[in-house]
Design a protein. Structure first.
Length: 412
């Protein structure tokens, strides 16, 4: 047998793999559910524009099935205007793809627009409207939810599982959280949350990333990061939270909070608590926070956090408040806050080349058992530097008026 004949024989001996079929609704199947029943794993169901009054269930054994609308496809989970009988789409097969359609009126049990109990779900360009419990809810690992919109629902988007990605989604006017994730290694990117009656973005798990998101007008926390790992929160915008801080980091053992803009809040702009330690907090801008008159722009507990080149301005209380120990503050600016610029209540800290100007009380106040003040500038405050604790090192600072028990006045 020559080489060409051998190649042909080997090719013909390979097992054949059926190609994925496309099932059209209503052309090939009158309803979406009938198309699902006829589909094999990996097939594509293409739904025409129009409104389909269905509660679609994708059972086990349909892995990789694609359910795709035509841009103006609506699945209404409230058949014929009735009280409702469950989700618009519910699925228990892995690697389901749902895209380019609208789901609405998720009522009953479960009262959800899209409900997936499986791994590898990919939900893309889905709009969920008026769903009582969740707009989109996934219980499984490896979920990808992209370019989706949720309006007027219970929780906007929820994922319980590891390695979730929520990207370029928009949630508005929800009763509870805009985005809720319980699981490790989550990524929430370029999401917009407006008018949530609870949290904006809530993530509970190790090593989450929340980046380039916008949260405005929510009742509780703007962005909440819970867990003992190392969270990353970068380049987010949070404004007008009413009852809780704009950005909360709880229990972290590392991580990066950088380039965020937090403004116009009733409570703290940023709160690091629950033993949050070894977090790098860099180049954030916190403006007009603490209108309750109690909370600082940035509040630190825990240990060994590093604040570098942050700007905290025009707050109704302290600019930066230290409640932990071994924190290091480098080149931060605290300007025009109603109370202290930097207030060290407890703990040993290092203040290096910070600037405190025009604050209503002390520019820098130390109440802790050991502070190193090196090269700071405190000018135009009611009292520039006040010390009610212990200052271990005091060199090259510039100030005009010292308080009780302050070091000898120095102007360098």
């Amino acid at each position: 047998m020559n080489r060409s004949s051998l190649v042909v024989a080997l090719f013909l001996s390979l097992p054949t793999v059926a190609s994925a079929a496309t099932l059209r609704v209503p052309q090939d199947h009158a309803t979406i559910q009938l198309a699902v029943a006829a589909a094999n794993p990996g097939d594509r169901i293409k739904i025409a524009n129009g409104t389909f009054m269905e509660n679609v269930l994708v059972p086990a054994g349909k892995d990789g099935l694609v359910i795709e609308g035509s841009g103006k496809t609506i699945i209404d989970a409230r058949p014929l205007g009735a009280a409702g009988s469950g989700a618009a789409i519910a699925g228990v097969s892995d690697d389901l793809v749902i895209r380019r359609l609208t789901v609405r009126h998720g009522k009953g049990v479960p009262a959800i627009g899209v409900f997936i109990l499986a791994n590898g779900a990919h939900i893309d360009r889905v709009t969920a409207l008026h769903c009582e419990d969740y707009g989109i809810d996934v219980l499984g690992n490896g979920a990808r939810i992209e370019r989706c919109i949720v309006r007027s629902s219970g929780i906007g988007i929820a994922v319980t599982g590891n390695d979730a990605t929520i990207r370029k989604c928009s949630v508005r006017a929800v009763v509870e959280a805009g985005v809720f994730v319980a699981g490790n290694d989550a990524r929430v990117e370029s999401a917009t949350i407006v008018a949530s009656n609870d949290d904006g973005i809530f993530v509970n798990g190790l090593d989450p990333v929340v980046t380039k998101c916008t949260v405005a007008g929510v009742r509780n926390f703007g962005i909440s990061l819970f867990g003992a790992g190392a969270p990353t929160a970068t380049n987010n915008r949070v404004s007008q939270t009413r009852e809780q801080p704009g950005l909360l980091v709880f229990g972290a053992s590392g991580g990066l909070v950088q380039g965020n803009r937090v403004s116009d809040l009733t409570h703290a702009g940023m709160l690091f608590t629950g033993g949050a330690s070894n977090v790098l907090i860099r180049k954030n801008r916190v403006s007009r926070c603490g209108s309750d008159g109690l909370d600082a722009g940035i509040t630190l507990s825990g240990n060994a956090c590093t604040l570098v080149e942050n700007l905290v301005e025009d707050g109704a209380n302290d600019g930066i408040r230290g409640l932990g120990t071994q924190h290091v503050l480098i080149k931060n600016r605290v300007l025009g806050n109603a109370c202290d610029g930097i207030d060290i209540d407890v703990g040993v800290v290092t203040l290096d080349r910070n600037v405190a100007i025009g604050n209503g009380a002390e520019g820098i106040e130390n109440q802790g058992p050991g502070a190193d003040l090196i090269g700071n500038r405190a000018l135009g405050n009611r009292r520039d530097i006040a010390n009610g604790g212990v200052i271990s090192t005091f060199v090259n600072n510039v100030f005009q008026s010292g308080g009780m028990a302050a070091p000898a006045q120095i102007d360098l």
